[in-house]
Design a protein around this ligand. Structure first.
Ligand SMILES: Nc1ncnc2c1ncn2[C@@H]1O[C@H](COP(=O)(O)OP(=O)(O)O)[C@@H](O)[C@H]1O
Ligand SMILES: [Mg+2]
Length: 259
């Protein structure tokens, strides 16, 4: 199976009447890993939320297409069904719903009625993925994200990714707050997903994660736009020189948006 294509064309997004995204263009295809880098406050999370249809984010111009289908016309659950998945910067805690039940419902929400995943098959897959991510099995019986450490929450996002197998995964600062061991495990999980049917948008502030998960394409966001794109060599340059040279090159004084 070949992958899907997510196309973002001239995307403009407002929050509370203030324009945050000012014309983002980006195409992610199955098999490709794209990194979106950039300082804080440049619109990276806004892009992720807009793709997933967060109600606070109003698209005022441009298009988001998934295999040519208009994503902006889809409800949030339809976007997930179309193969989009967002691992959030700050995953929500859901009291009263166990991690295991949440995962099984999510998988079944992607399947037709009457074709639910058999319980034993689900448990086998979940156990295998949890082993791979070096997670404590008891976690599956705990309420979703409740009392989870930062590292546990992020592993849990990758666990969802591994079980749901979306066509396009968007990972927003999956590396934030992780110690080096957790970072390696999370990276191992992302790398395991690399195949022709999976495209990934990795949003990160730091190059650290990208030492473990090698992107094919790298984009830098400033002022609510992608201002620079390149290959993995861009990560090295940002690591050694920071973001200042891009600002100078483009004559940007303040890289943030929405102030
Ligand atoms: N839910 C929100 N409500 C109000 N303002 C927001 C919201 N989300 C983002 N913003 C504003 O949009 C700008 C870009 O934020 P964000 O997309 O989170 O940047 P990044 O992820 O690159 O750090 C900031 O000025 C921020 O205050
Ligand atoms: Mg962010």
């Amino acid at each position: 199976m070949s992958g899907s294509t997510l196309e973002i064309k001239d995307l403009h997004v407002e929050i509370d009447g203030k324009e945050i995204l000012k014309g983002v263009n980006l195409t992610v295809k199955g098999g490709e890993f794209h990194a979106i880098m950039g300082p804080n406050g440049t619109g990276k999370s806004t892009l992720a939320s807009a793709i997933m249809g967060h109600p606070k984010y109003e698209v005022t111009k441009g298009q988001i297409l998934m295999d040519g289908e208009d994503v902006l016309e889809m409800e949030v659950d339809e976007r997930a069904k179309a193969g989009l998945f967002l691992a959030m910067q700050y995953p929500s805690e859901i009291s009263g719903v166990t991690t295991s039940d949440f995962l099984r419902s999510s998988i079944n929400a992607h399947r037709e009625e009457g074709d639910e995943i058999p319980l034993m098959k689900f448990i086998k897959e979940m156990d295998a993925a949890m082993d791979y991510l070096e997670m404590d099995k008891n976690m599956s019986q705990r309420y979703l994200n409740e009392g989870f450490s930062g590292g546990e929450k992020k592993r849990n996002e990758i666990l969802q990714l591994m079980l749901l197998k979306p066509a396009i995964g968007i990972l927003d600062e999956i590396d934030s707050g992780l110690d080096i061991d957790a970072l390696k495990v999370v990276s191992k999980g992302i790398n395991k997903l690399r195949n022709e049917a999976f495209g990934c948008l990795i949003i990160t502030h730091y190059q650290r994660l990208l030492n473990y998960v090698k992107p094919d394409f790298v984009h830098v966001m400033m002022q609510g736009r992608v201002v620079k794109s390149g290959g993995p060599e861009l990560v090295e340059r940002l690591e050694s020189e920071g973001y200042e040279w891009i600002k100078q090159e483009l004559g940007i004084e303040d890289e943030t948006v929405g102030k």
